[in-house]
Design a binder for this molecule. Structure first.
Ligand SMILES: [Cu+2]
Length: 137
């Protein structure tokens, strides 16, 4: 009995060490999404109820824009104005010179959130981000 104890203790220690190694390595493996951020390129323009929101995707480490991302999801809601359940139609426009444009038709004037999800070349993980934009009905 007493001779077995050190062996099982070793196993427990090995398991703890192994688990700790996984916990330490995981943030590295999932760091890609935080390496990028979406930002507004300027004040959105409004014409006949359609607002054009222009966004850049920046690689945080070197501040360089990413021109060839595929933005496969774009949604707008009025969360920043306390109306998270109020959506607005969003139509992605063709990207040009690293600027991703979206035509948004807000039901109300105010601050809207634009939620984006993108695939970046060479990154396995989806890059997501939310930007706030002041839109005009
Ligand atoms: Cu609203």
């Amino acid at each position: 009995m007493t001779t077995k104890f050190p062996g099982s203790l070793k196993l427990v220690l090995a398991t703890i060490t192994f688990s700790a190694a996984i916990l330490v390595s995981n943030p590295m493996a999932y760091a890609a999404a935080q390496d990028y951020c979406f930002e507004l390129t300027g004040k959105p323009t409004a014409s006949a109820g359609t607002n054009t929101v222009q966004v850049r995707l920046v690689h945080v480490a070197d501040g360089k824009p990413v021109p060839d991302a595929v933005i496969f999801e774009s949604k707008a809601d009025m969360g920043p104005s306390g109306m998270a359940t109020m959506p607005a139609p969003v139509k992605p426009m063709p990207a040009k010179d690293g600027i991703y444009s979206f035509a948004v038709e807000p039901a109300m004037t105010g601050t809207w959130a634009l939620h984006l999800a993108a695939k970046v070349q060479g990154e396995a993980e989806t890059v997501t981000g939310t930007i706030d934009a002041d839109l005009v009905k």
